[in-house]
Write a protein that binds this ligand. Structure first.
Ligand code: HBI
Ligand code: FE
Length: 277
C-alpha cells in the first residue's frame, strides 16, 4: 500500500532501520524483560515467549505470520496515530496498526506518541491470547458502532482503562495486562505496589463515565477479574441503552470513589494476596 492509503498503512521498510534504531529496541526490550516477570500477567509473558521480540525491531511481515497462526491477528505499519474510523476498522479486521518509527535514545523514558516499541512490545504479545484477541476485535467492532452513535469518547475510555492501563486479578495478586504500563520502565511497579493510585474493580459503565489524563502516571486503575469477563461484558452488552444512560449521567472525576466502588488494595511487597476492603 502506498503512503496515504485509505487505511493509512505504509510500508514498514524493515531493511531501512539503522543499527542504532535496533539498539534502542534491544535496550528497551532488555530493561522491560528484566523487570516484568512477577508483574506482567501470564498471557503477556507467554505471548513474549511465542513471538520472541528480543533480536531488534521486528519485521512486521514475519511477525504477522507467526501471530496470525495463533489468533488470526496481523500487524500493519502506520506513520503514527491514525483517525478513529481507520483505527477501529483495523481492529475490527484483526489488523493491529503499529507505528513504524522508534523513539530516540534521549526519549527512552517517555514519548508523546506511541512508537513501535509501545505498539509491538506493549500491545502485540497480548494478541497471542485467544480471549484477548477476541476482545480487541470486539472492541474494534464496538468502536465503529460508537462512532455511528456519537459515543466515541465513552468507548475510548474503555480502551484506555483496559487495553492501555488495565490490571488483572489473579490468585497470586494483581498483574498487568495494559500496554501503556507494560511498555513503561517506571509505571509497572508503581501500578501494582504504590499506595497512591486508586484501584477499583472494573465495571463497564463506571469506566465509560471516567475521564483520563494522558501525560503522567495514572491515578486510577481498573481491575478485571479475568480476561474472559472483559470479553463477555463487551460482547454481551447492548450498547444502545448503555449509551442512552451515559448521555444523561455526569462523568466521575478521577479521585472520586463511589459508594458502590469495590476498592482493591495494592499488593504488599510480601506478596500477600489482595484483600477487598
Ligand atoms: N485511537 N483513533 C486512534 N488512533 C490511533 O492510532 C490510536 C488510538 N487509540 C490508541 C492507540 N492508537 C494506541 O494504543 C496505539 O498504541 C495503537
Ligand atoms: Fe497503545
Amino acid at each position: 500500500m502506498a503512503m496515504g492509503a485509505m487505511d493509512w498503512t505504509v510500508p514498514q521498510n524493515w531493511a531501512g532501520y539503522t543499527p542504532a534504531e535496533h539498539n534502542v529496541w534491544t535496550t528497551l526490550y532488555r530493561r522491560q524483560i528484566s523487570m516484568l516477570p512477577g508483574l506482567a500477567c501470564d498471557a503477556f509473558l507467554q505471548g513474549l515467549e511465542k513471538l520472541d521480540l528480543s533480536a531488534g525491531i521486528p519485521d512486521f511481515a514475519e511477525l504477522s505470520d507467526r501471530l496470525a497462526s495463533l489468533t488470526g491477528w496481523r500487524v500493519v505499519a502506520v506513520p503514527g496515530l491514525v483517525p478513529d474510523d481507520v483505527f477501529y476498522d483495523h481492529l475490527a479486521n484483526r489488523r493491529f496498526p503499529a507505528g513504524r518509527f522508534i523513539r530516540t535514545r534521549d526519549q527512552l523514558d517517555y514519548l508523546q506518541e506511541p512508537d513501535v516499541f509501545h505498539d509491538v512490545f506493549g500491545h502485540v504479545p497480548m494478541l497471542t491470547d485467544p480471549v484477548f484477541a477476541d476482545y480487541m476485535q470486539a472492541y474494534g467492532q464496538g468502536g465503529l458502532r460508537a462512532l455511528g452513535m456519537g459515543r466515541l469518547r465513552n468507548l475510548a475510555r474503555l480502551y484506555w482503562y483496559t487495553v492501555e492501563f488495565g490490571l488483572l486479578e489473579t490468585t497470586d495478586g494483581l498483574r498487568i495486562y495494559g500496554a501503556g504500563i507494560l511498555s513503561s520502565a517506571t509505571e509497572s511497579r508503581f501500578s501494582l505496589y504504590d499506595p497512591s493510585p486508586d484501584r477499583i474493580a472494573f465495571g463497564l459503565k463506571r469506566v465509560m463515565r471516567t475521564p483520563y489524563a494522558i501525560n503522567d502516571f495514572q491515578k486510577l486503575y481498573f481491575v478485571v477479574r479475568s480476561l474472559q469477563s472483559l470479553l463477555d461484558v463487551t460482547v454481551q452488552t447492548d450498547f444502545a441503552p448503555l449509551y442512552a444512560d451515559l448521555a444523561v449521567l455526569p462523568d466521575i472525576p478521577i479521585g472520586t470513589i463511589l459508594q458502590e466502588d469495590h476498592v482493591l488494595s495494592p499488593r504488599r511487597h510480601t506478596g500477600e494476596n489482595m484483600t477487598r476492603v
